[in-house]
Design a binder for this molecule. Structure first.
Ligand code: BGC
Length: 486
C-alpha cells in the first residue's frame, strides 16, 4: 500500500476494514451452506413424507435461493444507495444480515429455511455492490485499488471461517442452526461499526453540500482535496446530463464495456466456482470421503478446509501480482489451470468404476488445484475489471448490471449442479452402500468447455488495463477503438 503518510492511514484502513465486514458476510453466508446442507438434508424434522432425505431439487433451492435474492438485491442497490446514502444502506444491510441469521437458526420448516435464505441473499446482493462502492468513494485516490481489494479478501476469509464453523458444529445436535447463528456476530460488528463511519464525500456533495464533503475529505486526510472536489463536481454535472438507460445501453461506444463486464461475470460463474464453494462437502461425499467408520459428516467437511485456506492465500498472491503481471496473463494462467482441473474431475467421476478408491484423491487434488487458479484470476479480476472499464457516465449502471449478471449466472449453476450431473452422467452408488448419489462428472465437463470459451473471450476481447488511467480507458472506448487494442 502507499508509503505516503500524507493521509490518515490508520483511520482509512479502519474504515475499509469495517466496511469489508459486508464482504466477509457475503463469503460467510454463501459458504456456510456447504456444511449445513449435509445436516439439513438428513434432519428428520425437515424431511417430508417419510423420505429418508430432502429431495435434490429442494436441496438445490435451499442453496440457490440466496443467490437469486442477491441478484434482486444487486439490481435495486444502485437506486437505494443514491437515495439513502451508502452508509445508511450498509447499516440496514447489516440489520438484514442479523435478522436473516437468527431467522435461519430458528427455522422449523423447509419453507422457512428457503424464505430466510432468500432474505440473507438480498443482504448479500446489496453488500456485493455497496461495499466496493463505499470503499472506493471514501479512499484517497492513490490507495484506492488496494483498499477495494480488501473486499475480495474479506469474501474469501468469510468463506474460510464458514468452513471452520461448519466443522466446529458438525457433531452438534441440529448443528446447522448454530452454523447459521454465528453469522450474527459479523452482522453486529458491521451494524455497530457503520454508525461510527462517515458517509462518502461524493454522496455528501450531491445531497448535503460542499461543506459536509470537505469535512470528510479532511478526516480521511485526502492529500489532493481541491482536485478531488473539482472532480466530484464535474462528475455530478456529467451525470445530470446522463441520457435514459436504454439510450445509454444502445450507444455504440458503451457496448464493448458492457460486453466485457457481462462476459467476464458469466465466465467467472459458469466455470463452476460455486459448485466447489457451496457443494464441496457434498462432492467429497460423492467421492467417498466419510464412507468409513467415524463421523461421515465431519469427514466430508474436513477436506473443505484446505480449499477455503488456499482460496484466501492465493487471493493475497493475486492482489500482489495484478499490478505487476497485469490482468490478462493472470486470467490466461488461471483459466488454463481451472480447465485442466475440471477435465480431471470430469474424467475421475465419469470413470469412477475403473479407478475405484483413487476417485477420492483425484477429486480432492483436482479441487485443490482448481481453487488457486480461480483465486489468482477470475475471483478478484472480474470485480476489478468492472470497476475499471465503465466510462464515468455509466459506471454505476454498468457495475450494477454486471453485478446482477454475476448473481444470475451463479444462480444458474448453483440451482442446476446436481440435476445437470444427473442428466449427463446419471448416478453412482453411495460409497457407504446406502442408496445412490448423483454423478457430477458431466457437469464438470460442461464447466470446462465454458472455461475454454472464456480463454478465447479473454484473448479476443479483454483489454489489458494495467497501468492505464481510467480516463485513458474511457477515451479509448469513446474513440470507438477495439477493446483489445488498449
Ligand atoms: C465470486 C463468488 C465466489 C467467491 C469465491 C467471488 O469473486 O463472485 O461467487 O464464491 O469469489 O472466493
Amino acid at each position: 500500500m502507499a508509503k505516503s503518510k500524507s493521509y490518515n492511514r490508520g483511520y482509512v484502513i479502519l474504515i475499509a476494514a469495517i466496511a469489508a465486514f459486508g464482504g466477509l458476510l457475503f463469503g460467510f453466508d454463501t459458504g456456510v451452506i456447504s456444511g449445513a446442507l449435509l445436516l439439513i438434508k438428513d434432519d428428520p424434522n425437515l424431511v417430508i413424507n417419510g423420505m429418508t432425505q430432502l429431495p435434490e431439487r429442494t436441496q438445490e433451492w435451499i442453496v440457490s435461493i440466496t443467490v437469486l435474492g442477491a441478484a434482486v438485491g444487486a439490481l435495486s442497490s444502485g437506486r437505494i444507495t443514491d437515495s439513502l446514502g451508502r452508509k445508511k444502506v450498509l447499516i440496514i444491510t447489516a440489520l438484514l444480515f442479523a435478522i436473516g441469521s437468527v431467522g435461519l437458526a430458528a427455522a422449523n420448516s423447509v419453507a422457512a429455511l428457503i424464505i430466510w435464505r432468500g432474505v440473507l441473499g438480498i443482504a448479500i446482493g446489496v453488500a456485493s455492490y455497496t461495499v466496493p462502492l463505499y470503499i472506493s468513494e471514501i479512499s484517497p485516490t492513490h490507495v484506492r485499488g488496494a483498499l477495494v481489494s480488501i473486499n475480495q479478501l474479506a469474501i474469501t476469509v468469510g468463506i474460510f471461517v464458514s468452513y471452520l464453523v461448519d466443522l466446529g458444529f458438525a457433531d452438534f445436535d441440529e448443528g446447522w442452526r448454530w452454523m447459521f447463528l454465528v453469522g450474527l456476530v459479523p452482522s453486529l460488528i458491521l451494524f455497530i461499526g457503520m454508525f461510527f463511519l462517515p458517509e462518502t464525500p461524493r454522496w455528501l456533495m450531491n445531497y448535503k453540500g460542499e461543506d459536509e464533503a470537505k469535512r470528510v475529505l479532511d478526516k480521511v486526510g485526502e492529500p489532493k482535496r481541491e482536485e478531488v472536489l473539482t472532480q466530484i463536481k464535474s462528475n455530478i454535472d456529467k451525470e445530470k446530463e446522463q441520457p435514459g438507460i436504454f439510450k445509454v445501453l444502445g450507444a455504440k461506444w458503451v457496448r464493448p464495456a458492457l460486453i466485457i463486464g457481462v462476459g467476464i461475470m458469466f465466465i467467472q460463474q459458469l466455470t463452476g466456482i460455486n459448485t466447489i464453494i457451496y457443494y464441496s462437502p457434498t462432492i467429497f461425499e460423492m467421492a467417498g470421503f466419510g464412507a468409513e467408520a467415524g463421523d461421515p459428516v465431519f469427514n466430508a467437511i474436513l477436506p473443505s478446509l484446505p480449499i477455503g485456506f488456499v482460496n484466501v492465500l492465493f487471493t493475497i498472491v493475486s492482489i500482489y501480482l495484478v499490478d505487476r503481471w497485469g490482468r490478462k496473463p493472470l486470467l490466461y494462467l488461471g483459466l488454463i489451470g481451472m480447465v485442466v482441473a475440471l477435465i480431471s474431475l470430469g474424467i475421475a467421476f465419469t470413470f469412477h468404476e475403473s479407478i475405484g478408491g483413487a476417485l477420492r484423491w483425484i477429486s480432492f487434488v483436482s479441487m485443490i488445484i482448481y481453487i488457486p487458479f480461480f483465486a489468482i484470476s477470475l475471483g478478484p479480476i472480474a470485480w476489478l475489471l468492472i470497476s475499471e472499464v465503465y466510462p464515468t457516465k455509466v459506471r454505476g449502471l454498468g457495475m450494477s448490471i454486471a453485478t446482477m449478471v454475476n448473481w444470475v449466472a451463479n444462480f444458474l449453476v448453483a440451482n442446476t449442479f446436481l440435476s445437470l450431473g444427473r442428466a449427463v452422467t446419471g448416478t453412482m452408488p453411495h460409497p457407504a452402500d446406502t442408496g445412490t448419489l448423483v454423478n457430477p462428472g458431466g457437469a464438470f465437463f460442461i464447466y470446462a468447455v465454458i472455461g475454454i470459451i472464456g480463454l478465447i473471450f479473454v484473448y479476443t476481447y479483454i483489454p489489458e488495463t494495467k497501468g492505464h488511467s481510467l480516463e485513458k480507458i474511457e477515451k479509448h472506448f469513446l474513440d470507438g477503438k477495439h477493446p483489445k487494442k488498449l
